[in-house]
Design a protein around this ligand. Structure first.
Ligand code: BGC
Length: 366
């Protein structure tokens, strides 16, 4: 009798499991859709990995799609996820403005939209924004150049991200906040941007003014474009703008290719170059003394914040926010995370001892 009961209950559980699985797979199966800009940059592959780690034990189903640097693909991805019944959409837009069309479709379906790392602009169809403090990223890069420059007349090479990314403006604005007074007092001489030179006495730049400089020194977030620009700049300048130089590079991918160009110029005796993202290849560059610093943005925190918000929404709670960002249409409630400067001095403590990376992923760590 007891045996029969056990068999019956085992059968019952098995049937219920089958029923549950088939219910899940017939529509409404994905609760949270995640759309990332491109697989071609390690930064976003890092985000994918960290999302997967964070979701291992989650009860909610998620799907991550990449837009491969195309706004059309991004919109298609959003449509795919809407059709899978998502309740929350997390998007790091390829192009801030163009992403509006996709998230508006999601909003029409009652989906909660979270802008991830990059702000989606000029639409009211964004509910929340999780981000790092991007002004602080630029300030940290600029300050590093200041702290490592000696005397006056140091040639300063400026590079920026893509103008289609709101962050590129914030990073440059942050850098300008600290560098401008040091350009005005003669510590630095701008080497590669007539637009920045024309504005060098202005402490605060308008969006249009920033846009003019970005138009001249953008890397489009593309290491090849960064390399071409750096080569063009070094070909155009005389020996007086070489020697010991300072380079504002917006992120790690572009920093490595700009650094390679400067390293191969016989008239450049020393260069200090910034970066951001703590990409593995750049951590090796920092260890090898080929890249001076990177700004470490702990993607684990950003993922945790984004998923925390998503789960709050799914549970019917209101996510906690710490401020807001004007996206040109509305003030988007935001949660912001701090950043950490990493160079040879603290690479071990910040990235290895903290468990972010494994020591054996690098060579030459002491
Ligand atoms: C991100 C950076 C990244 C860059 C290029 C920015 O919006 O904040 O971490 O390096 O885009 O993908």
């Amino acid at each position: 009798m007891k045996k029969g009961l056990r068999l019956f209950s085992m059968l019952f559980v098995a049937i219920m499991t089958v029923l549950l699985i088939s219910a899940c797979s017939s529509g409404g199966e994905v609760s949270v859709g995640i759309v990332l800009p491109t697989k071609d940059e390690p930064r976003w592959v890092q985000d994918e990995e960290r999302f997967k780690e964070a979701l291992e034990d989650s009860d909610y189903t998620t799907e991550i799609l990449f837009s491969q640097g195309s706004s059309a693909k991004e919109k298609e991805n959003i449509e795919t996820l809407i059709n899978k019944g998502i309740d929350v959409l997390i998007v790091a837009p390829h192009d801030a403005g163009a992403a509006g069309a996709g998230v508006e479709l999601a909003k029409e379906e009652g989906i909660t939209v979270i802008s991830y790392d990059r702000l989606i602009t000029d639409t009211d169809a964004v509910d929340y924004y999780v981000t790092f403090d991007s002004i602080a990223v630029g300030e940290a890069q600029g300050q590093y150049l200041i702290d490592n420059a000696e005397g006056t007349g140091n040639p300063l090479y400026l590079y920026a991200g893509a103008a289609s990314d709101n962050n590129a403006f914030l990073f440059f604005e942050g850098a300008w906040n600290v560098l401008q007074p040091k350009i005005a007092d003669g510590t630095f001489v701008i080497a590669n941007s007539s637009e920045a030179e024309a504005l060098q006495d202005k402490a605060e730049l308008t969006r249009d003014e920033l846009g003019k400089i970005l138009g001249q020194v953008t890397t489009e977030w593309d290491p090849n474009e960064a390399k071409n620009k750096a080569q063009t700049h070094l070909t155009a300048v005389g020996a007086d703008l070489k020697g010991d130089v300072s380079i504002l590079a917006p992120n790690d991918g572009t920093a490595r290719s700009i650094a390679d160009v400067f390293a191969s110029d016989g008239e450049v005796t020393n260069y200090v170059v910034t970066g951001q993202d703590a990409e593995k290849a750049s951590i090796q560059y920092v260890i090898d003394g080929k890249q001076s610093m990177t700004v470490f943005k702990d993607v684990r925190t950003l993922v945790e914040d984004a998923m925390g918000m998503a789960v709050d929404v799914l549970d019917g709670d209101t996510p906690e926010t710490t401020g807001s960002y004007d996206n040109g249409s509305i003030d988007v409630k935001a949660k912001q995370t701090d950043v950490i400067v990493v160079d040879q001095e603290n690479v071990q403590s910040e990235l290895i001892d903290s468990g972010y990376y494994e020591a054996d992923e690098f060579e030459g760590l002491d």
